[in-house]
Design a protein around this ligand. Structure first.
Ligand code: BGC
Ligand code: CA
Length: 308
């Protein structure tokens, strides 16, 4: 029997493409990005305060444009700042803007992808203190993409190529398995990985989803995998054996990612998107782009941090 759950609106954020939620335990904030306008959002569940800033200094346009500075993904760092996969390169920044609203973003030089055809998408700090982030084509039929690793010393290596659209990622608690969604592959793969170094080994299929696009994902404290299924209005939970045991139904079609948050990590936060919806498609789902929350009866794990 598959358990059915529903979710409530947690933050009426009205993002274009909300993604990459992460619970910052030290700051007690849920953070996420709105990719295309390059916004970094924060929500404090204790006070209800919701803030946002533009990582590149100025608001970018909501709709993709060559001169926008999208933020593909953020990760927390060990010194309380943020690590970025910007549209085409990595950067570091503080946890929030200064008193004057200034935001000093420090680029990590020496590596960039071709932003005319691809951009960074989902990414996360790994259990080994580096930051893994992948790329996606701006248009279907674009060039092959890849998953990259940014080491704490700023060096970038390609972990593997041949990717259609790099999306959700997470590691098992014992660090021996890496779960990865290439959205164009229609499912989630699992890699063996070296517990000490994170080096990837054999790749196999963990789960194939029938409908929709596999997007962001997270593993819970029981080793089950929660997956946002873009295009279906559903979040799925798969047991470690790959069986679907829970479905969260949302009143919007495009959930993008998931993260457990709150002091006890018992709330599953779900980001959603308005991208690519016509006015007629948006009309019945006015909460597309908002952040949802669901109490699932299980808890998450503290987020990894990039080591600097
Ligand atoms: C990307 C979106 C894309 C979606 C579904 C997200 O991670 O940022 O642009 O539409 O995945 O593939
Ligand atoms: Ca995603």
């Amino acid at each position: 029997m598959t358990r059915q759950l529903s979710a409530e609106i947690a933050v009426p954020a009205q993002c274009y493409l909300a993604e990459g939620p992460v619970w910052d335990q030290a700051a007690r904030l849920l953070r996420w990005v709105d990719i295309n306008p390059g916004h970094v959002h924060a929500f404090d569940p204790a006070t209800g305060a919701h803030t946002r800033f533009a990582a590149a200094g100025a608001d970018g346009p909501a709709v993709p444009r060559p001169d926008a500075v999208p933020v593909g993904a953020i990760g927390l760092t060990t010194v309380g700042g943020l690590v970025y996969a910007l549209v085409d390169a990595f950067a570091l920044g503080p946890g929030q803007p200064g008193a004057a609203g200034d935001y000093p973003l420090t680029p990590i030089e020496g590596f960039a992808v071709d932003r005319s055809v691809i951009r960074f998408n989902d990414g996360k700090p790994s259990p080994w203190g580096d930051f893994w982030a992948g790329t996606m084509p701006w248009r279907r039929g674009g060039p092959a993409c890849a998953l990259y690793k940014l080491a704490p010393d700023g060096r970038v290596t390609e972990l593997f190529g041949g990717v259609g659209l790099s999306n959700g990622l997470d590691w098992s608690e014992d660090r021996t398995r890496f779960f990865y969604a290439d959205s164009f592959s229609g499912g989630v793969d699992v890699f063996t990985c070296d517990q000490a170094t994170g080096e990837l080994g054999a790749r196999s299929r963990f789960v194939t989803i029938g409908n929709g696009i596999p997007d962001g994902l997270t593993l819970d404290a029981d080793g089950c995998l929660w997956l946002a299924v873009f295009g279906t209005g559903e979040v799925h939970r798969y047991t470690p054996a790959g069986n679907l045991d829970t479905v969260i139904r949302l009143p919007v079609d495009q959930p993008t990612s998931v993260a457990f948050g709150g002091d006890d990590l018992s709330t599953l936060y779900i980001t959603t998107a308005r991208e690519n919806l016509t006015a007629a498609e948006i009309a019945p789902q006015p909460h597309a782009g908002d952040i949802f929350a669901c109490t699932t009866g299980t808890t998450g794990r503290p987020a990894n941090r990039y080591a600097r």
